[in-house]
Design a protein around this ligand. Structure first.
Ligand code: SF4
Length: 387
């Protein structure tokens, strides 16, 4: 049976057009309103340990990370940058605090961009001319990364605490110094741990400049809390078209940050959706263990690259409706599961066979989509034909 999965001919709707920005290239990745929102993360290894850092970058690359940042707190780290930048498969941004000399080292090393924190770099303003010159000579963009925890002391004194106004003033002041030297290859972040302050700061910044913005809720916390804070804050901004790169900061392995970031973008249709499980929360009507079923189906389909919506429903109240709307679904009841493929019941199986049947059908659909050329082998993305 050939399955018509109804791949959309036009891109799925988004909540707002992207805010128009300048464009820049971070290595091979375009950043700005003409390019997709990209996902960043940061390594947790000692950067000077080149093998360990490259190993972690490879894991991040495999998880879908677009751009990676590495810390550079010492000369040994600065010395390692060239090898890391050369061997990494994704663009590497060097993250510089305190020592201006490492900014130059990172540019010389061929890093795809350099993040500077003006509040933390001694006499940063005096160095802007030289940094702009070196960055221009090498085609290296600069991220001005203002952070609530290390705000420029002058602005802390002026505002008393890292308010949205203080964060924005710090960022725009530094950007203006670069602009004085006719350097505009800049993206900006104004991170705060509080999503309310962070969202307000980015909204203000978006109104006052056309630089691409890198979104982050800094020190967002352990995985559960950090995921929620980031999803709420990024959602508020991305739904208005604000944000060009994102980094979810979690007290968890960086691959987890990437997974959350990708999921946020997919939820807003800013990135093609892949596997999506639509499962009910269960209730007193459930005639099957929905939690277990949903977990087993999710685990069985982990890594599936095709865009597939799978409905796992606990009873016949909403089950058939949701299962019919999905690409693949089950409505459970009376110890059995009705299996739906694209709106049609294709079979009814005993409860013990639901998971394996759904997985088999998903694999069959994936194969058909790949064979028919609908999905590009290796990328999992729909083939787009330009006429
Ligand atoms: S589908 Fe059925 S079991 Fe699941 S939440 Fe709805 S009514 Fe309850």
């Amino acid at each position: 049976m050939t399955v018509d999965l109804g791949m959309p001919a036009t891109p799925p709707p988004v909540l707002a057009e992207r805010r128009k920005t300048r464009q820049l290239m971070v290595g091979s990745v375009g950043v700005g309103s003409e390019f997709p929102v990209s996902v960043q993360s940061m390594t947790t290894t000692v950067t000077a340990d080149v093998n360990a850092t490259l190993q972690q970058i490879a894991e991040l690359t495999a998880s879908g990370c677009d751009i990676v940042r590495v810390a550079c707190p010492s000369q040994d780290d600065a010395d390692a940058l060239a090898a890391i930048a050369r061997k990494s498969q994704i663009p590497v941004i060097a993250d510089i605090h305190f020592q201006p000399k490492y900014v130059f080292a990172a540019i010389e090393a061929g890093c795809a961009a350099v993040r500077v924190n003006p509040g933390n770099i001694k006499k940063f303003d005096d160095k802007v001319r030289e940094i702009a010159q070196a960055a221009r000579d090498h085609g290296t963009p600069i991220r001005i990364g203002v952070n609530a925890g290390s705000l420029d002391p002058r602005l802390l004194a002026k505002y008393g605490k890292p308010t949205p106004e203080a964060l924005v003033e710090s960022a725009l002041w530094e950007a203006s110094l670069f602009a004085e030297h006719d350097f505009h290859d800049i993206k900006i972040s104004v991170k705060h741990h509080d999503p309310v302050v962070m969202v307000r700061a980015y909204e203000m910044l978006a109104e006052q400049c056309d630089y691409p913005l890198h979104l982050g809720v800094t020190e967002a916390g352990p995985a559960f809390q950090g995921t929620i804070k980031s999803a709420v804050a990024f959602g508020a901004l991305l739904s208005k078209g604000i944000g060009d790169t994102i980094r979810v900061s979690l007290s968890a392995p960086p691959v987890e940050e990437v997974k959350v970031g990708i999921q946020i973008l997919q939820s807003l249709n800013l990135r093609p959706r892949k596997l999506e499980i639509v499962s009910c929360p269960s209730c007193g009507r459930a005639q099957v263990d929905v939690y277990k079923l949903a977990e087993e189906v999710t685990a069985g389909l982990e890594g599936m690259e095709i865009p597939l919506r799978v409905a796992v429903m606990g009873c016949v109240v909403n089950g058939p409706g949701e299962a019919r709307e999905a690409d693949l679904g089950v409505a459970s009841g009376n110890g059995k599961g009705q299996i739906f493929v694209k709106g049609e019941v294709i079979k009814t199986v005993p409860e013990s066979k639901i998971v394996e049947t759904l997985i088999e059908e998903a694999m069959r659909i994936a194969e058909e989509m790949t064979d028919s050329g609908e999905i590009e082998v290796g990328t999992g993305q729909p083939v787009v034909t330009v006429s």
